[in-house]
Design a protein around this ligand. Sequence first.
Ligand code: ADP
Length: 264
Amino acid sequence: ERAYRVVASRIGNDTGLYVLLFKDQSEARRIDRMRADFIANASHELRTPLASVAGFIETLRGPARDDPAAREKFLQIMQNQTQRMARLIDDLLSLSRLEMKPYQKPSTQLDVVELVKGVMESMRHIAGENDVEFVSELGVKPMLIAGHSDELVQVFENLIENACKYGSDGERVIVSAEQASPMDEVRITVRDFGPGIPEEHIPRITERFYRVDIETSRIQKGTGLGLSIVKHILTRHDARLSVKSAPGEGSSFTVHFPPVPPAG
Ligand code: ADP
């Protein structure tokens, strides 16, 4: 479907001649539609926990008023729901900040191996909570890329957090780095041994709000926005994400960074 906006400009003052410009509006329409979908999805995602909290307030006022055990249980659910809303709002703010900020090509190079080690260090407690074991195969060799460290920290936090959440209990989460030669791309891989992702879902998991199995995904706290934030940041870095996964065999998420030109 194509749509055009027509702009007429008169040539001269009294020639009676006009130039008509047909401006292609399809792209603008598509973006408007995406924005409308996004707002509808975000509102729905916020409405669901809000409705649940409202419902439990009613219950606490009425039937559960004199039942301490039920009260405690409902308060716990309400706390979980408010935390869920807070996570959603944080992710929505992250996304909108990324979209507002014009991207400045990073002029500084950074050692991505060092950066990922720092992220793993700061996430040890999450590994513990999810009963997975962190294994670093990052090595000691620095690997330089051009990037903004705060944004890249967010990328690896998301990938490692997913590996912890969706990995299987007692299993490993392996983080590795690879660069065949200084002229080659740098690859960082986060691998888990969880249930994996069915092939038909893989192309869609970086879409906003897309979650593979709503039931298990809801138990595993998440918003469905993590990988869309990852993709957004990587695109800004001329980097890309590849995913390998098969049911029962776990998943590997690899970030590919272009090589940086040698200094000098
Ligand atoms: P969420 O907040 O739900 O984790 P993400 O955008 O990070 O959102 O991921 C989207 C969906 O992709 C998840 O809900 C989950 O279904 C699937 N997914 C992401 N990472 C993994 C993984 N390591 N193993 C299995 N499924 C995953």
